[in-house]
Design a protein around this ligand. Structure first.
Ligand SMILES: *Cc1c(COP(=O)(O)O)cnc(C)c1O
Length: 399
């Protein structure tokens, strides 16, 4: 029998952290780890950021929850700021990424329903996608390993290979409500979608009255060096799901949309008890204060490029461990030759946290606030981990 009363649905490491300072996490027994995972792209501005701590503490002394039965002044402010910085006119706040995607899917379906198109409810997604773990979003993601054993897959989701326009054209029809795509697949292994493909998607959507949904839950809030990754391509969606980095560690998500699309969700059609909670709104505004400050994005771009170049050097000098570096900004991936999980374990031993992903990739996604000096330490530790793996390979060969 296991010693914990927690569900066994996570394969947790043995590490137990006590507190965090910037890019560092400290265990209960005082060991310091450089956090190059940001809790899977969540701690966008690092741990215990003084501005976020102050915002949360101030809000905690004032008001925690009033429900969505009443006005939300701080939510209005956060929504306005997100709208001004993006394609969107309207924002719905939720509590997680999967909920943001669920809202995006419901919004798209209801938009067509309102136009008398009640059979137009299919959403096309792309192989390697990840959109969350609810019954709707596992159907959207379409991965057998997440669907298995959970009953019939929710209807209305079609999947095609990423980058394959012909397959896409073959699957869309009068039943297609929306296409949904991550501008860079995160869980799928830092797989970048080409700008040309995004442009082609936009064109197909416009020609066929289909909505375009971007899942920027992992790529958003500065992760790629723009506030949102779509801003690199110039291709704007109609609906966008956001979460992870937007709360800097406070659980929250958002569904952003154009006014026309958002107008589908009238009172009674959708809701959430906690979404847009005053604590979340205070922290969300504080995160934006940091990431929208002058020069912040340029810094992320500059540091991200430097980090990527250093990782390219690491790949070159350890061909038995790595195959490739990919990604943009501070959303980088090391495609491994050895099992990605083995490399992540070696990195832990070297005092660095990274996160495995699909396609045998290790994700390097530090807080956006990581300094050049800290990048240098990260690369040293990644190097050390690669050396340890190579030693094991040599020992293995000698046996
Ligand atoms: C993490 C993630 C989700 C799911 O978010 P949760 O907060 O875990 O529900 C959905 N889409 C993408 C691209 C993600 O990275």
């Amino acid at each position: 029998m296991s010693a914990t009363a927690l569900f066994g649905n996570y394969a947790r490491s043995k590490l137990a952290f006590d507190h965090g300072e910037g890019v560092w996490l400290v265990t209960k027994d005082g060991r310091r780890f450089l956090d190059c995972g940001s809790g899977i792209a969540v701690n966008s501005v690092g741990h215990s950021h003084p501005h976020l701590v102050a915002a949360l503490q101030e809000q905690a002394g004032k008001l925690w929850h009033v429900s969505n039965l009443h006005q939300s002044p701080d939510g209005e402010r956060l929504a306005q700021r997100l709208a001004e910085a993006t394609f969107a006119d309207k924002v719905l706040f939720v509590n997680s990424g999967a909920e943001a995607m669920e809202a995006a899917i419901k919004c798209a379906r209801r938009y067509h329903y309102d136009r008398g198109d009640k059979d137009r409810f299919h959403i096309v997604t792309f192989e390697g996608a990840f959109h969350g773990r609810t019954l709707g979003t596992i159907a959207a993601g379409g991965q057998e390993k997440y669907l298995e054993g959970f009953g019939p897959k929710a209807p209305g989701f079609d999947q095609v290979p990423t980058g394959d326009l012909d397959a896409l054209k073959a699957v869309i029809g009068p039943h297609t409500a929306a296409l949904a795509i991550e501008p860079i697949q995160g869980e799928g292994g830092i797989r970048e979608i080409q700008t040309d493909f995004l442009k082609a998607l936009r064109k197909l959507c416009d020609e066929n009255g289909i909505l375009l949904i971007f899942d920027e839950i992992q790529t958003g809030v500065g992760r790629t060096g723009k506030l949102f990754a779509y801003q690199w391509s110039g291709v704007e969606p109609d609906i966008m799901a956001v979460a992870k980095g937007i709360g800097g560690g406070f659980p929250m998500g958002a569904c952003l949309a154009t006014a026309e699309t958002a107008s589908a969700l009238v009172p009674g059609t959708h809701g959430t008890t906690f979404g847009g909670n005053p604590l979340a709104m205070a922290v969300g505004n504080a995160v934006l204060d940091v990431v929208l400050s002058d020069g912040f994005m340029e810094e992320v771009q500059r540091k991200g490029l430097n980090l990527k170049q250093k990782l390219a050097g690491l790949v070159d000098s350890h061909p038995k461990v790595f195959e490739q570096v990919r990604g943009n900004g501070m959303m980088l991936g090391l495609k491994c030759v050895v099992p990605a999980g083995d490399y992540v374990a070696a990195a832990y031993d070297a005092g660095l946290l990274a996160v495995p992903a699909g396609d045998n990739v290790v994700r390097i996604m530090p807080p956006l606030t990581m300094t050049e000096d800290e990048i240098a330490v990260a690369v040293e530790r990644l190097e050390q981990a690669a050396g340890a793996i190579e030693e094991k390979l040599v020992e293995g060969a000698a046996e």
